[in-house]
Design a protein around this ligand. Sequence first.
Ligand SMILES: Cc1cc2nc3c(=O)[nH]c(=O)nc-3n(C[C@H](O)[C@H](O)[C@H](O)COP(=O)(O)OP(=O)(O)OC[C@H]3O[C@@H](n4cnc5c(N)ncnc54)[C@H](O)[C@@H]3O)c2cc1C
Ligand code: SF4
Length: 405
Amino acid sequence: MALHIVSEANRCLQCKKPLCQQGCPVHTPIPQMIALFKEKRMMEAGKALFANNPMSLVCAIVCDHEAQCTGHCVLNHKGQPVHFYEIEEFVSDAYLDRMTADRKPWNGKTAAVIGSGPAGMTVAFILAWNGYGVTIFEEKDRIGGMLQYGIPDFRLPKSILDRYKQRLLDIGVRIRPHVVMGGDLMIDNLFRDGYSAVFVGTGVWRPTTLGIEGETLANVHFGISYLARPISYTIGETVAVIGMGNVAMDVARTAFRHGARRVMMFQRGNKSPASEHERQYAQLDGAEFFFGKSIQRITPKGPVFRNSVLNEQGRPVGVEGEEELVPADTVIIAINQGPKDKLVNTTHGLEATERGLLKVDENNMTTRAGVFAAGDVVHGSLTVVHAVEDAKRAAAGMMRYMENG
Ligand SMILES: Cc1cc2nc3c(=O)[nH]c(=O)nc-3n(C[C@H](O)[C@H](O)[C@H](O)COP(=O)(O)OP(=O)(O)OC[C@H]3O[C@@H](n4cnc5c(N)ncnc54)[C@H](O)[C@@H]3O)c2cc1C
Ligand code: SF4
């Protein structure tokens, strides 16, 4: 690995206008990082990576590199882009355990962070480094959000999140697991108890349903619930996955690792919204793709489809032909997720869009003064690096708000 990344670093042209950096949603200073790496100034490189993106190690592993840094490298013209993310993974992995607990002295103000996904962790790191007290309130027992309970372990080892947790504790962040904000406690309770600002990074955890007959049957499950704890499910040998996005690909690959012998994936249109990379891995694992199939209902013996009528763009506009039962032991629905509405329903002044996503201004402040939000709960299901980028803006907004408050 080391030899490989050294040769990757040596191929970098140190462009004056680095397209790779422009292609990265958090604008990682890639040429500078590669220069520090080549000079073996690893800890400086790691510190700069984390200062720009506290989720650097996670991003290096799970970002869609082909669409972002690697895909924008000028050497793509020659078909040989620099794979910076491999260097980033190496540097970040080394730095995470040796990170110094640098933080400014406590400035007397404490913020509450609701949700410990990448958005919440990013805000917690930035506020703590800048001298703010931080308490994270997390509904689950472990931190990480979808990194912990969505992305499977074979793609992102969970031990990374334990290391992140330790670094948060090292800089004085307090974590309260098993607290449902908007259920056990309310946002108003936080202001009552002296928190100067609140961050909401609660993501999207409500599976989108199909709204068809059979969805409550015993052989039907939701993809994100399945991924949270696959060993709780008995799925049999033949699995039908409804949907072909990135989450559906993880469902299919996880099913193969938990007893499935055949996994079929179904999409209404003629394209899969998943990244090329994820599609290829699912196919390599053995997933079979079926396009132009509109699900009609689900039976105890499997899903029933009709063929989709597609428009010129390949989108479904109707159905045709006879119904077809596809025999399967289990049907897993993985079409999308939306936010749960606990916080909106219990917080005075907090407004959401029709989809239930929180409305924010240019500083990521919600319609309730002092309450900020970022990540999937604002934009719907996106990516880790987009959650980080958004959370950085929210953290900056919170610090301005608390300084003036
Ligand atoms: C299966 C799957 C695979 C994915 N693969 C990738 C990938 O390869 N690359 C990529 O970049 N992105 C991927 N994503 C998307 C990425 O994980 C999300 O975009 C990202 O995690 C969003 O971060 P977040 O902090 O906004 O929310 P989340 O990660 O969803 O975290 C929200 C946190 O808030 C907590 N919470 C919710 N409600 C409450 C409450 N009321 N009180 C207290 N706590 C609460 C939750 O328990 C959770 O810990 C994937 C998502 C899934 C589901
Ligand atoms: S954060 Fe993601 S997109 Fe940006 S350089 Fe790192 S791996 Fe590439």
